[in-house]
Design a protein around this ligand. Structure first.
Ligand code: PLP
Length: 432
């Protein structure tokens, strides 16, 4: 049967009548790659199923959370039990302490942990805290790093913003954006220069230690250590935004992988096991400024929600207890990348493949990609052709050149082989 998205196209048209752009988060609209986004009816393991009856091997994993695959039986079972005990209490539970404990065991720099409902909330709250602690106002971020959609950080923000061509959003007051200084990722000298000029005013540097929102970029050797040294020298806090990399590149996140200790860390995605969760945490003396322990206000009706805590806890327990979990995820991802690279080379494409743990990305560029500007040199048209050719063959990649892809524990060797086989036909299309 020929590939068709007829029902999705109708659903998309109807959704646009009721929802801005038909979606509840911009990149889902496929604006970057064109065409119709499949409307999803369900998911299991490595697979997504759409309302037209198409089945896809999914490398988006809900943009990172689904490291165990979709509808993992243990997570589903735990959620079913939790559901019967009520969905929200607005009062403390044992689950919250248990999850905070597991997070601190994995990420020891997070001495105290506060749960919120999204990555955006986590980074927004971490910035407020950093400003309160240092009594300074300026924030440094890196071009192409995305930390959520709150005003201070929606500046040169990568992925969705890049794809839609709105690096700065209307509605962000200049007075707020003016306190955000943007530096190129992987550029130590650029960061040093900013600190020489205005280091005494900088409250914090916030960084995706492994950026995954301008495609996947890897830190150069010694880069993260240099960022740590510079922030320490000037008394600015270092915030690792590990919303994507946490429990993903390693159980202890990028800070365990690269052995760098930040002052504050933000988490999301995997720690919610597919339910809405974020968290921020760090040094006890800083975190104790948060209300009600201290004066920095931050709250949430649904924060620490029992269903979300249950999904997160169950996910982390499986990750912690399955032997060689991260080793196997890494090996599968390496096998896939090697296979895709071999196919690309058969067609004479010299592409940039980046991979760390179970995150990967291929840039349609024949030059090294190490920051936002070099990422933007990629041939987006070629990516889009590749993307659609893969989709039509049942492989669901992120609908943008400027996104990372994710392997899950549920992907089988057959899934990987099928993906590589599909790529041969997709590269052939790009060549046409
Ligand atoms: N920080 C990073 C590194 C992210 O990748 C994201 C989302 O993709 C966020 C923050 C924002 O998280 P959320 O979409 O849960 O608000």
């Amino acid at each position: 049967m020929a590939f068709s998205l007829e029902k999705s196209a109708r659903a998309f048209a109807e959704a646009k009548e009721y929802i801005p752009g038909g979606v509840n988060s911009p990149v889902r609209s496929f604006r970057g790659v064109g065409g119709t986004p499949p409307f999803i009816a369900g998911a299991a393991g490595s697979r997504l199923y759409d309302i037209d009856g198409n089945e896809y091997i999914d490398y988006v994993g809900s943009w990172g959370p689904m490291i165990l695959g979709h509808a993992h039986p243990a997570v589903t079972e735990a959620l079913r039990d939790a559901l019967m005990r009520g969905t929200s209490y607005g009062a403390p539970t044992l689950l919250e302490t248990e999850l905070a404990k597991m997070i601190r065991q994995a990420v020891p720099s997070m001495e105290l942990v506060r749960m919120v409902n999204s990555g955006t909330e986590a980074t927004m709250s971490a910035l407020r805290l950093a400003r309160a602690y240092t009594k300074r106002n300026k924030i440094v971020k890196f071009a192409g790093c995305y930390h959520g959609h709150h005003d201070s950080l929606l500046v040169k923000a990568g992925s969705g913003a890049t794809t839609l061509g709105v690096p700065d959003s209307p509605g962000v007051p200049e007075s707020i954006a003016g306190n955000t200084i943007t530096v190129a990722y992987n550029d130590v000298e650029g960061l040093e220069q900013v600190f020489r000029q205005t280091g005494e005013d900088i409250a914090a540097v916030i960084i995706e230690p492994v950026p995954g929102n301008m495609g996947l970029i890897l830190p150069r050797e010694g880069y993260l250590a240099a960022v740590r040294r510079i922030t320490q020298e000037y008394g600015a806090l270092l915030i690792f935004d590990e919303v994507m990399s946490g429990f993903r590149v390693a159980y202890g996140g990028a800070q365990a992988y690269y052995k760098i200790t930040p002052d504050l860390t933000t988490l999301g995605k995997v720690i919610g096991g597919g339910l809405p969760v974020g968290a921020y945490g760090g040094r006890r003396d800083i975190m104790e400024l948060i209300a009600p322990a201290g004066p920095v206000y931050q709250a949430g009706t649904l924060s620490g929600n029992p269903l979300a805590m249950t999904a997160g806890l169950t996910t982390l327990k499986i990750l912690a207890e399955t032997p060689d979990m991260y080793q196997k995820l890494t090996e599968k991802t390496q096998t896939l990348c090697a296979g895709l690279k071999a196919q690309a080379e058969k067609f004479g494409f010299n592409l940039q493949f980046h991979q760390i743990g179970s995150m990967f990305c291929l840039f349609f560029s024949d030059k090294p990609v190490y920051d936002y500007d070099s990422a933007k040199q990629s041939d987006v048209g070629a990516f889009n052709t590749f993307f659609h050719a893969m989709l039509e063959q049942g492989v669901y990649l992120a609908p943008s050149q400027f996104e990372a892809a994710f392997m899950s524990a549920a992907h089988s060797d057959d899934d990987i082989a099928a993906t590589i086989a599909a790529s041969a036909r997709a590269f052939a299309k790009v060549e046409e």
